[in-house]
Design a protein around this ligand. Structure first.
Ligand code: CU
Length: 132
């Protein structure tokens, strides 16, 4: 009986450590809920079902931020990545959402802050859109 908690702990550790890639946070009700600060966007890896998607980004930092959804890799290396959506600029303490209607097909997308050089400073993440 006394071994049970230890086994459970080991099981949890094994589960947390398995898989080679990043772990993805699954959205709730097709809404990507993101938190922004200097210079991060959390969760960094998020997954959502294809179709209509909503962005809700809360700025908990001290500078202004936003969120854009771009294609992961432009087909043409020299081309600017296509942008699918962008939120308004969020001032500290504000929550913003997407402008217009955002619909995404299955695939991999980049989510990032387009303000200043925040993207270069690490304010980006990966969005995986799945068919189901
Ligand atoms: Cu930013």
């Amino acid at each position: 009986m006394r071994k049970l908690p230890a086994l459970l702990t080991l099981g949890a550790l094994a589960f947390a450590g398995c898989g080679s890639g990043p772990s993805y946070v699954r959205d709730q009700d097709a809404t990507l809920r993101l938190t922004l600060d200097e210079y991060r966007l959390r969760p960094e890896n998020i997954t959502v079902r294809a179709g209509r998607v909503h962005l809700v980004a809360r700025n908990v930092g001290r500078l202004t931020h936003n969120v854009a959804v771009e294609e992961w890799e432009p087909a043409d290396e020299d081309a600017e990545p296509r942008e699918y959506a962008r939120t308004d600029t969020a001032h500290p303490g504000e929550t913003v959402s997407e402008r217009g209607e955002l619909r995404l097909k299955p695939g991999k997308y980049r989510i990032l802050c387009t303000i200043g050089n925040h993207d270069d400073l690490g304010q980006y993440g990966e969005l995986k859109v799945t068919a189901k």
